[in-house]
Design a protein around this ligand. Structure first.
Ligand code: LLP
Length: 427
């Protein structure tokens, strides 16, 4: 359920026509719905009622301050993977005590920043990382709160690029290594064992892989307890899929109920790290048609958004619904077209072989389900300023990120000076 619906044929974000937003803020334009973001967070939170849990929104999916602050006000925790994401969470008023820090490559400065900020836990993903965390904590004279991210070797049956819980993936430590590392951590005064974590992948559309992973992590937690290693929490990760096209992922209610059942015998706290399911269908990308180009037997609808704005179609072959923001012209012929951007790459497409009423230059197209990993993965490739982001609340809209300018593109850069004016550098 989302709040991008047609009224008299015209697509709205809550109570505002998307065309009005495009007129006011230009295109390409990301538009998010407050009501949908709030609803998605609350539905997931309520699905876990009765379980002592913290929903830690995975910041990587959409890290705009407006989105983060909205979730922070609902009482959300956050799953971060970099110092930059921690900075954003703190800026947005998030509670560091509800922050979990995942990722295979944490730098010393990021570990120190996390410890200074008083985050809940560092999800450690390797033996050398555990050693680094200990060194940094000792240097700072603090104890580092840690969990081990276990790789349960479960196939999430999703795209290989977003599968993380298989032995061959770079993430987490094996169950056998986890046993050894917990024993090591338990004897290290600079480390405080808080919990255990797993995350097996993203856009998962079945419950089975989640339940298999939880069963394996629970079994390990039981063994650890028998050895006198106490775990305050168990983190089940994120990964619940959404409907982009014809997928039928479990409803968050079913997901919550299944997690509760699987963890019925767990008496600690439970953390979740959902990203996509909270924000994916809470955002769209609005783009304007520049040309309709015919080339041999193919038809291309050339729009002003491109793979730098939304990379998912070209990177993962992902499907996003594309539709007209307004009503089609009555006499518009049906065409089958690729929707492509202006970037100089054949992989620059938003949609392929889509049947649609032929649009005219100037018409607006809406790319659905763009709230997760949309703007967050955008770039300046081809020196394209990044899109603006707007947050709608009822009949009001907030510019959550202004459109970048040409000056933004070169901020921090220097033209090369003549040779004699280079600064000397040793090493
Ligand atoms: N926790 C960890 C440790 C993760 O690595 C991820 C996502 C999540 C939570 C959140 O997963 P979600 O609930 O959003 O599925 N760019 C890709 C998705 C990459 C996901 C990376 N990790 C895409 O556009 O499909």
């Amino acid at each position: 359920m989302n709040h991008f619906q047609r009224k008299r044929g015209v697509l709205h974000a809550e109570r505002i026509p998307l065309a009005a937003l495009a007129e006011a803020h230009g295109t390409p334009l990301y538009v998010y719905s407050t009501a949908t973001l709030t609803r998605h967070w609350k539905v997931l939170h309520r699905s876990l009622a009765g379980l002592d849990h913290v929903v830690c929104y995975a910041v990587k999916a959409n890290s705009n301050l407006a989105v983060l602050s909205l979730f922070a006000r609902l009482g959300s925790g956050f799953d971060i993977v970099s110092g930059g994401e921690l900075y954003r969470v703190v800026k947005a008023g998030g509670d560091p005590g509800k922050v979990v820090f995942s990722g295979v490559g944490k730098r010393d400065d990021e570990i120190a920043f996390a410890l200074e900020s008083g985050i809940r836990v560092l999800n450690v993903e390797s033996a050398p990382e555990l050693a680094r965390v200990s060194i940094v904590a000792r240097r700072m004279g603090v104890r580092a709160p840690i969990a081990l991210r276990v790789n349960p070797d479960v196939d999430p049956k999703t795209h290989p690029y977003i599968s993380t819980g298989l032995r061959e993936n770079k993430f987490g430590v094996s169950v056998a290594d986890a046993r050894r590392l917990y024993a090591l951590a338990a004897t290290d005064p600079a480390l405080e064992i808080r919990g255990i974590a797993c995350h097996i992948g993203s856009q998962i559309t079945e419950l089975r892989p989640f339940l298999d992973a939880i069963a394996r992590v629970l079994a390990l937690a039981g063994d650890l307890r028998a050895q006198g290693i106490h775990l305050e929490h168990l983190d089940v990760g994120g990964g619940l899929g959404i409907t982009y096209h014809d997928e039928e992922p479990p409803h968050p209610d079913a997901y919550g109920a299944a997690i509760k059942k699987a963890l019925a015998r767990w008496d600690g706290r439970v953390f979740l790290e959902p990203g996509r399911v909270l924000v994916g269908n809470a955002g769209v990308l609005v783009t304007r048609v520049l040309y309709v180009k015919r080339s041999g037997r193919k038809t291309f609808v050339v729009v002003d958004a491109a793979m730098n704005d939304l990379v998912r179609p070209s990177y993962y072959g992902a499907y996003h619904t594309v539709e007209l923001a307004g009503l089609p012209r009555e006499d518009a012929p049906e065409i089958v077209a690729d929707v492509v951007g202006p970037i100089c790459e054949s992989a620059d497409f938003l949609a392929k072989k889509r049947r649609m009423p032929e649009p005219l230059p100037g018409d607006l197209l809406v790319v659905r389900s763009a709230g997760a990993y949309g703007f967050a993965m955008s770039s300046n490739y081809n020196a394209r300023p990044r899109a603006a982001e707007v947050l709608v609340d009822g009949d009001r809209a907030l510019v959550a990120r202004r459109r970048e300018t040409y000056a933004d593109l070169v901020r921090g850069e220097e033209p090369a000076p003549r040779a004699e004016r280079f600064t000397a550098s040793r090493g």
